[in-house]
Design a protein around this ligand. Sequence first.
Ligand SMILES: *Cc1c(COP(=O)(O)O)cnc(C)c1O
Length: 385
Amino acid sequence: MIRPTVARVNLGALQANYRSIVAHLAREKPSHPPGIIAVVKANAYGHGAGHVARALEEAGASVLACADIEEGAALRAAGVACKILVFGALSVSDLDGLFDCRLTPTISTPGAARAVQAVAARHKQRLRYHLKIDTGMNRLGFRDANLRRTLPELLASPNLELEAVYTHFATADDPESPLFNEQRVRFERALWVIKELSADAAISAPPHVHAANSAALLRDSRVWWDEVRPGLLLYGIVPPPLAANVAVTPVITLDSRVVAVKGVRAGEGVGYGARFIAEHPTTIAIVPAGYADGLDLRLAGRGAVLIRGRRAPIVGSVCMDMLTADVTGLDVSPGDEVVIIGSQGAERIDVREMAAQIGTIPYEILCRIGSRIERVYEAGNGMKG
Ligand SMILES: *Cc1c(COP(=O)(O)O)cnc(C)c1O
């Protein structure tokens, strides 16, 4: 049994995007192309973490990143073998999961450093970790200016081994913001301080360095260092307002079927609040997808769906389980295909457009595609389903 509203996830497109990013990095920086930490947090941006992670591994990914230990455990349960970096703060997590699931933690506060050291000692293991530096996002991370005070204790932890240092940009997707460059400069300075402190702590192996999310990757090869951390770009979407200089295609599409068609007389209202009033005789198609499936209420009066190769404006209200579209003049019948995200004929509705219509970002649209919607996986060439 499968509902008419399905999300199709094209794993071949995902793998092609991965390879396209690899090729871009090699082309732009042939002497030292950075590796890729493929970001699959939040159920792989709604695409389904297990399938996405395995497809990325098959395409050559050797490091994946997720938000918390629980996501890491889910990836291991799905059969992921490669290295998994956990981005999030660990202070209130079950840290045994790091060992049970062979996860690489981010240490981003002195408190987390002590907690992870204690668990590593209990497990009698030496745990490799990534150190997060806060260079201006003011969220997680050791503040760049305080490292001489905050870092020596961590570097001296007997059961912890520094594998990499990273930071995260607050405004990589805003070409106007000076903060992006300020963060880069602060991070470069922090790397010098960490080098000195590591020498004091008799640490010989220099840590890896990474910083770039999708937007930073697209914008500035100076922040590529040893690895880059694309998320959105892997899923085939360029963070707005940036333009693509890497060829990627969207991985997910969302489609449904018309379940009913209704004629509405001039002057009659449609949906909750009767907010859409037909000005002339109007034909309405009912589509079985609503806000419980992640379609935003604000799409009513702003967005559209594709039916019979045309844009049908979403009118009335987006309900919990349904939406209504104006298909006046189109020859629509129950059973007709409806594209909510994707293309039909010559028309297409992409996630960037939908996000702009309702004043949000593509990330939110993807992550909100509801758990009720089945993901149907389409393998690329040379891949088994
Ligand atoms: C989510 C995330 C990324 C990926 O960001 P995109 O904009 O999707 O490329 C990279 N690094 C960190 C720390 C993140 O949390």
